[in-house]
Design a protein. Structure first.
Length: 277
């Protein structure tokens, strides 16, 4: 089978620290991931008005929610350095734009894909403008109905033909195992006739690994240095040793699945001669 494309989602688990982001890139590269992914926002646009002035306790002290979002957001200097660092490490990188300003910002880089987060699946303008870039689009489908996904895929097919993939996803953090519904991977593939992957937010690793048996060709998991660190996504993220274990499991399963053609293997021939003469 073809090699599964594995994305290590850093998101905002860097907590606004470029040095922490580089450590996470290092971990993803050592584990054998194909790319890392961040999240890009213009907080002034993305944060709802009723939340902007809410007070939040953070590692940097008490501050408003809008100030916190600006505090952890990377800008031109940080992304220029991330772009160069990933080139040096020979690992791809991208980011999920949460608004049109952020999409415009990301267009300056030579990205392997643009990821549309589940929260933005119904944002028609963002879908349309992302599809028009000519870059491969990866669309997460968490917290979405079939009608929602139909509408999003229709936009993608109109503007980027077949240069897109969709990811089955449960947007609960962490996602209950009983609600993962991994069989939807085949359902989505059959309905939309496109490449389908899986974006996991569960505690376990074996469920993510097994998704490739069901047809997932792209895998995405959040990663962290330590799940006890401060931040909303840390708890359901994968720590370094877990990431290494997960990637190894994926590569082993790829090898084990084979091509489906029943043949007498070289190792079996020795046993055959011994037992059958």
């Amino acid at each position: 089978m073809n090699k599964t494309y594995i994305i290590a989602e850093i998101g905002i688990n860097h907590n606004g620290s470029l040095s922490m982001a580089k450590k996470l890139i290092d971990i993803a590269q050592v584990a054998g991931c194909d790319a890392v992914k961040f999240q890009k926002r213009n907080p002034d646009i993305c944060v709802p008005e009723h939340q902007k002035n809410k007070i939040r306790q953070t590692p940097w002290g008490e501050m408003t929610y809008i100030d916190y979002k600006h505090r952890v957001e990377f800008g031109q200097k940080e992304y220029d350095e991330i772009n160069q660092y990933c080139r040096e490490k020979d690992i791809g990188w991208s980011a999920s734009p949460w608004d049109l300003d952020s999409l415009e910002f990301l267009k300056q880089y030579d990205l392997p894909f643009i990821k549309i987060p589940s929260a933005m699946l119904t944002n028609k303008d963002l879908l349309t403008e992302s599809a028009k870039t000519g870059v491969k689009i990866i669309l997460s489908t968490g917290m979405s109905t079939v009608d929602d996904i139909d509408g999003a895929v229709s936009i993608l097919k109109e503007h980027c033909k077949d240069n897109f993939a969709i990811l089955h996803c449960n947007s609960t953090y962490p996602a209950p195992i009983s609600e993962l519904n991994l069989s939807c991977i085949a359902t989505l593939r059959d309905r939309y006739k496109c490449e389908v992957g899986y974006s996991g937010h569960e505690f376990r690793l074996h469920t993510t690994v097994s998704s490739i048996y069901l047809g997932a060709t792209i895998l995405e998991r959040h990663i962290t240095l330590d799940r006890t660190m401060w931040g909303t996504d840390q708890l359901c993220s994968v720590e370094p040793q877990g990431l290494i274990k997960m990637v190894k499991g994926v590569r082993e399963l790829e090898s084990a699945l084979g091509d489906g053609v029943k043949v007498l293997t070289e190792s079996e021939k020795v046993i055959r001669r011994k037992l059958r003469g």
